[in-house]
Write a protein that binds this ligand. Structure first.
Ligand SMILES: [Zn+2]
Length: 81
């Protein structure tokens, strides 16, 4: 399915839009690609908020991964005391 606005990129299908919404994402119009949806003024607040949340989530996950080995070493050191 091609985007109904630009006629170039692949548009979101109903199933993909529903899957994104189920994950807490913005509700995208069916038949429109992401860049075209992004340019839609009415949709921008929701998309921006989602992008921000995604970025924060990624940063949090990376931090957790960095912290975990340190916690492991701490526990190991405790055991040998
Ligand atoms: Zn488009």
């Amino acid at each position: 399915m091609t985007c109904t606005r630009c006629g170039q990129r692949k548009a979101y299908t109903e199933a993909e839009a529903a899957a994104l919404a189920a994950k807490g994402g913005p509700v995208l119009p069916v038949g429109v690609c992401f860049p075209c949806a992004w340019q839609d003024g009415a949709l921008q607040p929701a998309l921006r908020e989602y992008a921000q949340r995604k970025k924060a989530e990624t940063i949090r996950r990376v931090r957790e991964l960095l912290v975990r080995p340190l916690e492991f070493i701490d526990r190991l050191v405790e055991r040998f005391r």
